[in-house]
Design a protein around this ligand. Structure first.
Ligand code: ADP
Ligand code: MG
Length: 254
């Protein structure tokens, strides 16, 4: 069974049809890229899946059960994780404390934010940090970290919730090419090692073509293509929406 099934999902903002009858599946352990030009409806689709936006119509099934229109917290509890914006990590807390807080929340324990997290879940938090290559920075304040390292910590925080499906909307925004590659390679390893499914957006076609198991393409709210890197690279509709006809992906990457 698919981990996620999106069925005929639609959402309009006034006269703008941001998503129109979008239908796709994410298989267990699949690393699926959602691409498309700016304004194609990628974030709208993500935000319907994570509960921040209610669909106008259509359905979203997580392991066969509908989560369409449920509250973000409910969807998160059901195992749909996402990487958060930088602001979601508490800058003044240490790296390991941030992950400990996420574990505390996952285990539905209450804990005062104003008390140090102490030893609570520390071993597990360090293990998760080791997994993303950030164990050495465990006792540093989050606000001191370089941008790419914050992203790794955010990934450890997302993993603390033990997700079945991870949603990553432009996780590498603002990163240098090398850092992008490293982060996506790390997420790919996660998919392979843990069988987590990941749905992500990414601007760099090089990165998408190198790492995604499968690619789906949105343009003006509609899915226009689906397939592996070769299929997508050669797809006439995809070439048209990105570059106008005649150009290829090899010549244009961001
Ligand atoms: P993408 O993430 O692919 O760049 P979005 O999903 O952010 O695209 O946007 C799709 C379309 O919906 C765009 O035309 C955008 O301007 C519009 N849109 C997105 N969110 C809103 C909103 N909250 N209110 C009005 N229009 C929106
Ligand atoms: Mg977007």
């Amino acid at each position: 069974m698919s981990v996620l099934s999106v069925r005929d999902l639609s959402k309009a903002f006034g006269g703008v049809h941001a998503a129109r009858e979008v239908t796709f599946d994410v298989a267990k352990g699949e690393f699926l890229a959602l691409i498309g030009p700016n304004g194609a409806g990628k974030s709208t689709t993500f935000n319907m899946i994570n509960g921040q936006l209610k669909p106008d119509s259509g359905d979203i099934l997580l392991e066969g059960a509908s989560i369409a229109g449920a509250a973000p917290r409910t969807i998160w509890r059901r195992g749909v994780g996402r990487t958060f914006q930088i602001a979601a990590t508490f800058g003044s807390m240490t790296v390991v404390e941030n992950v400990q807080m996420a574990l505390i929340s996952h285990h539905r324990e209450t804990y005062s934010l104003w008390r140090a997290a102490g030893e609570h879940h520390r071993a597990r938090a360090l293990e998760l940090l080791g997994y993303v290559g950030m164990q050495d920075a465990a006792d540093r304040a989050c606000r001191e970290l370089a941008y790419g390292d914050v992203k790794r910590v955010e990934l450890a925080i997302a993993l603390a919730n033990d997700p079945k499906l991870l949603l990553m909307d432009e996780p590498t925004a603002g990163m240098a090419p090398r850092e992008r590659n490293d982060l996506i390679a790390l997420v790919k390893r996660l998919v392979l090692d843990r069988g987590i499914s990941v749905l992500f957006t990414e601007h760099s076609m090089d990165v998408v073509f190198a790492f995604a198991d499968r690619i789906i393409v949105l343009a003006r709210g509609r899915l226009i293509a689906e397939g592996n890197a070769k299929t997508i690279r050669e797809h006439p509709k995809v070439q048209e929406v990105y570059f106008g006809t005649g150009k290829t992906f090899e010549k244009v990457t961001s």
